[in-house]
Design a protein around this ligand. Structure first.
Ligand code: ADP
Ligand code: MG
Length: 267
């Protein structure tokens, strides 16, 4: 498994932002995390992305417990293994598209304009390379962010509401890019409110108040591979077989669209 979350919680005072969650993700999976606003999705992503540590439990990436790593080793994992894409684009406004990609390279100690242009080419933006963010549409800006995340060929892409600011057409372009990355073997974990975006993933898990309330496979072949590799259902708490399960239908996924809508407010 690429990622193993073992009874992880993030606790702020009385609030369990993530509450005793167990989840394994194999290399190459495309997973969506859904749930209304405040359900703990970003907190979970931050713990997976080595940007935050759990109050309890452990996060393992490629079998390495993140708890055992020092700050510089964690920084290396973040740099070499993970590509981040956010809802807000976080582009530097006075740098061009290619320069924004080169800023990411700078943090990897290589600055190579040709490689940065190739990354922009991969997201279909070679001809926009010398535009400033303000001269690009929202969809183009998000593609610059994806190009930036692809520097160093991360094994794992973590995307938090990547299409939250995009119209339908640009959402589709971003989803097509994810599909290409998935076909190339990249593991993708995407947080989304959007049922359509979630449905593109092989598996969806749903959180509510930090607790897992549903798990659903959209791709039966992927599920079969996961189970053959010894993958277990995600679960909250102590029940190995998934306390949230009732027969074969996880609670909370009766109408994922509804859940997506109730969490639709901007953050
Ligand atoms: P989501 O991304 O699903 O909208 P978050 O993970 O951002 O949810 O937040 C989950 C819960 O944790 C919310 O109730 C939020 O207010 C709380 N929370 C998140 N970060 C902090 C923090 N640094 N301090 C205190 N509470 C926090
Ligand atoms: Mg969030």
């Amino acid at each position: 498994m690429l990622l193993e979350l073992d009874h992880i919680s993030k606790i702020y005072g009385d609030l369990h932002a993530v509450d005793d969650l167990n989840l394994t993700v194999p290399q190459g999976e495309w997973l969506a995390i859904v749930g209304s606003s405040g359900s703990g999705k970003t907190t979970l992503m931050n713990m997976i992305g080595c940007m935050d540590s759990p109050s309890k439990g452990s996060v393992k990436l490629e079998g390495r417990n993140l708890e055992d790593l020092n700050a510089s080793q964690l920084a290396d994992v973040r740099k070499n293994m993970i590509g981040l894409v956010f809802q807000k684009f976080y582009l530097v406004p006075h740098l061009t598209a290619v320069e924004n990609v080169m800023v990411a390279q700078y943090y990897h100690s290589v600055v190579d304009e040709k490689q940065a242009l190739e990354a922009l080419d991969r997201v279909g933006l070679k001809d926009r390379a010398h535009h400033l963010p303000g001269q690009l549409s929202g969809g183009e800006q998000q593609r610059v962010c994806i190009a930036r995340a692809l520097i160093n060929d991360p094994k794992l892409i973590l995307a938090d509401e990547p299409t939250g600011n995009l119209d339908e057409k640009n959402e589709k372009i971003v989803l097509d890019l994810f599909r290409q990355l998935h076909d190339q073997g990249t593991t993708i974990i995407v947080v989304t409110h959007d049922a359509l975006v979630a449905s593109c993933a092989e598996r969806e898990i749903m959180l509510n108040h930090g607790v897992l309330i549903g798990e659903k496979w959209n791709d039966e072949a992927a599920r079969a591979r996961y189970e053959a590799a010894g993958g277990k259902p995600a679960f909250t708490g102590s029940t190995e077989e998934g306390a949230q399960r009732e027969g074969d239908l996880p609670i909370g996924f009766a109408d994922p669209t509804k859940a997506a809508k109730t969490g639709g407010e901007a953050e």
